[in-house]
Each structure stands twice: as C-alpha cells, then as structure tokens.
Design a protein around this ligand. Structure first.
Ligand code: PEP
Ligand code: MG
Length: 324
C-alpha cells in the first residue's frame, strides 16, 4: 500500500470524477518542511507559530521570526503557506510571559485575545510576516476569532504595520490573504457575516468540536462526547463552507478531522477546498480521494447533515458507502 501511495507523490489531488482539491500539511517548525516535501503536500495549510515562542527562552525577535517564516515560505517554492499568528494560552504557556491563573484556561486569555491585548507582541510578529511575504505565497490567519470586531481589529493592526513598512520604502507582497480559524462556535454560526470580510476560512475541528460539544479535547472521561461526525458539527462545517463559497472565498480545514478517512468523503461532498493534515497522512488521503466521486459524496453528506442523528450512524454510513 505504501508503495502505491508513493506513486502519488508528484500527482495532483483529483477525485474519481475529475475534481481537483488541495491536500496540504500542518507544521510546527521549519524543520518539518522536509516531511512536507517528501510527502508531496501541495501547500502548508497551518504553520503553528506558537512553537517558535515555546522553544525560546524569551520572546523571539522580529529577525528570529523573519528567518523562520522566510525558510518555510521560500522552501515551499511558490506553493501557498498559511501561517497562523501566535496561539498561546489554553494549555500552552511561556515561561517568560506570565499569564493569569484561570479557572478555565481554554475559555480564557488565549490566542488572538492575547495578541489584541499585548499588541507589541502581535505587531512584531506581523512585521516579521510582512517581511517574509516577499519570498513566496503567504496567507495569514488569526486563531480563536469569536466576533467580527476581533477580526476587524486584527486586520486593522495588520494594515497599519503594512502601511508603515510601505511608507518606509520596504518591499511587501501585494498578494497576502488574511483569513481566520473557524474554531469558535459563535463565529461558525455567523459564518455568512464573516465570509464577507475575510479572504478565507480554515476550520479548526480540534477546538470547534471541543467547544460545540462542551467536551474537553484532552479529557478521557468525556472523550465519548468528542464526536467529529456528530450532525451538529457537520452542520456547522457545511455552513462555514457554503458561506465562504457564497462570497467567492475558499475554505480549508486544518484540524485532525481533515485527514480522517471517514471525514474526508463528507468534506468532499460539502466541497471543502483545502485539506490540511499531518504530512504522513497526505498520500493516504490523496489515494482515498482518487477513488471517490464528489457527486456520490454529496448524497452522503446531505444525508448525514439532514437526516442522521448520531455520530455513530454517520460513521457507519460512510464506512459502508466507501468500503472502509
Ligand atoms: C484546531 O483547533 O483544530 C487547530 C487546528 O488548532 P490547534 O489544534 O492548534 O488548537
Ligand atoms: Mg485550535
């Protein structure tokens, strides 16, 4: 099987009925680039920049960050790279950035909430990203956006830093898309409104499932409630994709579900554009896509979204229909 998959390394990701999609990889550091290239990913759909902050003894400087982002963007040779701004907080802490003691860290001071509050940290990161934009195809996204004012403020700060650099005569790419993670249910419910203002969505199922099901993603006592195929989740995912498409934008997924063989058929049925996963899953998913037809998958996802009632019923239906 491995040998079969390897033949797909330099091929496009095409379904049995000839539709093209993007199979991308998630990374945590520039070192992960080798795995991305070895597995023939067509893009980087999520670069989790918080590891840059976690692997450092103090806040990484603009130059440190620039070098890391440049290495990744340049290494991808013109293929798109989605870089997510710092997602600290929740379970990720920095020794040099004391965060408040919280009763519910996953519902607390985290990600874009910190960036908008501690703007010097955010602006440094944005300047590093702007400088790196000259080396390829950069897309920037913000984590944990829950309201439109948060997205607007993040975008305004980005535009401010960009204008300052342009005014100073420094080169900046004029093709940087600005998007957001879709991982907070409040944002997913208003996806139609967000879609008018973003360039793209990337669905973060790890958190979207946790927050929608009210079940801690790392707590084994409630893991039975962590249900990727629950029709409630599927309805949100479909709404996000439909909303993006209605405004002529694209939608990707970068949570674990994007590389899950039960989820992929449903996502094809909903027309998801980009599937971003750990590099080791890329060829397996490309091979799965090759034998699925989007028309059939659409019937499957419509039934899952409109008629079925449980996680297990959806999983059983997909397994049967796709011979898994
Ligand atoms: C997610 O929430 O699905 C996601 C991709 O982000 P992280 O796992 O880094 O929270
Ligand atoms: Mg997340």
């Amino acid at each position: 099987q491995k040998a079969e998959w390897n033949k797909l390394k330099n091929e496009a990701s095409v379904t049995a009925d000839g539709k093209h999609y993007t199979v991308a990889a998630n990374i945590g550091t520039p070192k992960d680039l080798t795995g991305v290239l070895d597995n023939g990913a067509e893009a980087i759909g999520l670069y989790r920049t918080e590891f840059l902050y976690m692997d450092s003894a103090e806040l990484p400087t603009e130059d440190d960050q620039f070098e890391a982002y440049k290495a990744v963007i340049e290494g991808m040779n013109g293929k798109p790279v989605v870089i997510r701004t710092m997602d600290i907080g929740g379970d990720k802490h920095l020794p040099y950035l004391p965060l408040p003691e919280e009763m519910n860290p996953f519902l607390g001071y985290r990600a874009i909430r910190i960036s908008l509050d501690r703007q010097e940290i955010f602006r440094t990161q944005l300047r590093a990203l702007l400088r790196a934009s000259n080396y390829g195809k950069l897309r920037i996204m913000f984590p944990m956006i829950g309201t439109l004012p948060e997205f607007r403020q993040a975008k305004a700060i980005f535009e401010e830093e960009k204008s300052k650099m342009v005014a100073a005569g420094k080169p900046v790419s004029d093709d940087i898309q600005l998007g957001m993670m879709m991982e907070v249910p409040a944002a997913a419910i208003l996806a139609d409104q967000f879609a008018k203002e973003v360039d793209f969505f990337s669905i973060g199922t790890n958190d979207l499932i946790q927050y929608t099901m009210a079940a801690d993603r790392g707590n084994e006592h409630v893991s039975y409630l962590y249900q990727p195929y629950n029709p409630s989740i599927l309805r949100l995912v479909k709404k996000i994709i439909d909303s993006a498409h209605h405004e002529g934008k694209w939608a990707g997924m970068c949570g674990e579900a994007a590389g899950d063989p039960i989820m992929v058929p449903l996502l094809l049925g909903m027309g998801l554009d980009e599937y971003s996963m750990s590099a080791t899953s890329v060829l397996k998913v490309r091979s799965l896509m090759k034998r699925l037809s989007t028309a059939d998958m659409k019937a499957l996802s419509d039934k899952a979204v409109n008629e079925l009632t449980t996680n297990d019923d959806v999983a059983d239906m997909v397994k049967k229909a796709t011979n898994q």
